[in-house]
Every structure is written in structure tokens, then in C-alpha cells.
Design a protein around this ligand. Structure first.
Ligand code: SAM
Length: 272
């Protein structure tokens, strides 16, 4: 078991430690929103974490983490769980969700599209798959879990402008925004080297936690937790949106990267 180490950076808290232990020590009902992406058990080469557990052990572990998350979340909180399967393990996210039914209501199921082809034109980036059986996987899941299934969401704040502006008057909308629905096209920023990828093999773009924060309507000062912080993307979003971030990761070097990124966000330095 690793000893945890916590540090304050502005209003945020970065913790180097095992989230199963750290979460057990956190007060109940202290978190407004959780946005996280746990390891997917697909053999991703993290620096220290071994991403290849027997399936039942993996599911038991994540169920245990999610039980703690349910306890630390407020009753009107939101848990945005980003996860993906692979072509050879397509059921994994659904197996996990079946287990989580006893803890949460699946309030919204969002599909995060990383790359899409419309007609002959492709938008976004994808990891090419060389296979005679499978098509490329260009999407991941974002499961929006709540305790009651009845947490109001800010559809317009998280929404998009109308393409056809005549709809605004014709349909008596009060603002040039509509709900963007349950398919979110959020491409990765273009990166060419591992260094540019913050030395982490599995990050999500800052725009993803930002969209979750908007959809929940988390106000400045609200508490946002990422128990699998990695390179600190969720905390960067927290800083940009005036929220109080708490991030946990077992790996010292990822916490170091997160610290740098959160520091740069506090100093308004551009990442790109
Ligand atoms: C998919 S990555 C998260 C990436 C993050 N969303 C980002 O944008 O950088 C999962 C992270 O979980 C961390 N991790 C694995 N086991 C952990 C545990 N028991 N407690 C906390 N973090 C853990 C890994 O070190 C890895 O950085």
C-alpha cells in the first residue's frame, strides 16, 4: 500500500495515492461532480499501474471505487464516467454498468465521438486498427450517473447554437442555443509526440470535463473530483471554470505532470 501525499495548488488539492484508500477518508456528501476515466483494463502501458487484471478482479475493484464515490457525492451530484471497451472486450463497459445499477441511476448515456466521417470528409483523430474483422473504434462512453435519476441538467449551457437561425424566432426560443444531445464530438488536440501528450498514454481533452461541468451546471466554487487524475486534465478544467478540483493518482510522475498543468492554468498559460 502506498502512503498518500497531498498538496494544495491554489484552491485545488492534488493527492498522490491510491483512490480506494483516499476516498474512504473523504467526508460523505462533500463532492458535487465526479468526472473520471479509470484504467480500461486493456493493457495500456501506464508507468506503474498494470492495466491487465483478471476481468472479475477489475470489475470488483471498480465497483468498490464507485461505492466510495457514491458515498462522497452529494445527493444532487453527478458522476460522469468515461470508459471504453475494445473490439476484443466489447462487453466490459456494459458489465461494469450492470454492476453499478445497485448504486446509481443511469441518467444520461453520452457517446463521446473522437472522430467521424461525414460523406467523404473525416473530422477528428482516431487510432487506426489493422483488422480483417473489426472497424476502427472512434467513440467512447460517458455514463452520466446520479443517485436519483432526477438531477436537473443545464441543457442549453452545454448546448450549441442553431445552424438555421430562423429556428430561434419560428420556434420561440429565448436564446440562440439548443441541446446538443447525447453525441458529443470532441476531437483530441493534434499531438505529434509523447512529450506533447504530457507523458501520459491515456488522456482525455480538457473540453470533455468542461462539457460535463456545464451539463451539470456546476457553479464556481463547486467541488469537482477525479479519483484517476492522470495528467490532471479534470483539474485544468476545474481551474478554467472556477471550480475547486480534487485529483488523485497513484503515480508520482503523473502527479508531477498534473501539478505543472494546473500551475500553468492558474497562470493562464496556453497549453497548445
Ligand atoms: C485513464 S488514466 C486517466 C487520465 C486522465 N483522464 C487524463 O486526462 O490525464 C487512469 C489513471 O489512473 C491511475 N490509477 C490507477 N490505479 C489507481 C488508483 N488505485 N488510485 C488512483 N489512481 C490510479 C493511473 O496511474 C492513470 O494515470
Amino acid at each position: 500500500m502506498i502512503r498518500s501525499r497531498r498538496e494544495k495548488l491554489g484552491v485545488h488539492t492534488l493527492i498522490r495515492g491510491d483512490c480506494t484508500t483516499v476516498l474512504r477518508r473523504m467526508p460523505s456528501q462533500s463532492v458535487d461532480v465526479v468526472v473520471t476515466s479509470p484504467p480500461y483494463n486493456l493493457g495500456v502501458p501506464y508507468r506503474t499501474y498494470q492495466d491487465r487484471l483478471p476481468e472479475d478482479a477489475y470489475l470488483d475493484w471498480l465497483e468498490d471505487v464507485c461505492t466510495s464515490l457514491c458515498r462522497v457525492m452529494k445527493d444532487d451530484g453527478s458522476f460522469f464516467l468515461n470508459i471504453a471497451g475494445s473490439s476484443s472486450q466489447p462487453w466490459m463497459p456494459f458489465e461494469l454498468m450492470t454492476r453499478l445499477r445497485k448504486l446509481f441511476v443511469l441518467q444520461n448515456h453520452i457517446t463521446w465521438i473522437k472522430s467521424i466521417s461525414v460523406g467523404e470528409i473525416t473530422y477528428g483523430h482516431f487510432k487506426p486498427l489493422n483488422s480483417a474483422r473489426f472497424v476502427n473504434r472512434n467513440h467512447e462512453h460517458v455514463f452520466h450517473l446520479t443517485k436519483t435519476g432526477n438531477v436537473p441538467v443545464q441543457r442549453l449551457d452545454a448546448g450549441v447554437p442553431f445552424t438555421d437561425k430562423s429556428n430561434i424566432v419560428r420556434r420561440q426560443h429565448i436564446t440562440d442555443r439548443r441541446c446538443r444531445g447525447d453525441t458529443w464530438f470532441i476531437p483530441y488536440e493534434t499531438v505529434r509526440s509523447r512529450k506533447e501528450k504530457f507523458s501520459h498514454p491515456g488522456t482525455f481533452p480538457v473540453a470533455l470535463p468542461e462539457a460535463c461541468i456545464r451539463l451539470h451546471g456546476l457553479r464556481p466554487g463547486g467541488v469537482l473530483l477525479d479519483p484517476f487524475m492522470g495528467s490532471g486534465t479534470t483539474l485544468v478544467a476545474a481551474e478554467r471554470m472556477g471550480c475547486v478540483g480534487i485529483g488523485i493518482d497513484t503515480d508520482t510522475s503523473y502527479v508531477n505532470v498534473a501539478r505543472k498543468r494546473v500551475r500553468a492554468a492558474i497562470d493562464h498559460e496556453d497549453e497548445d
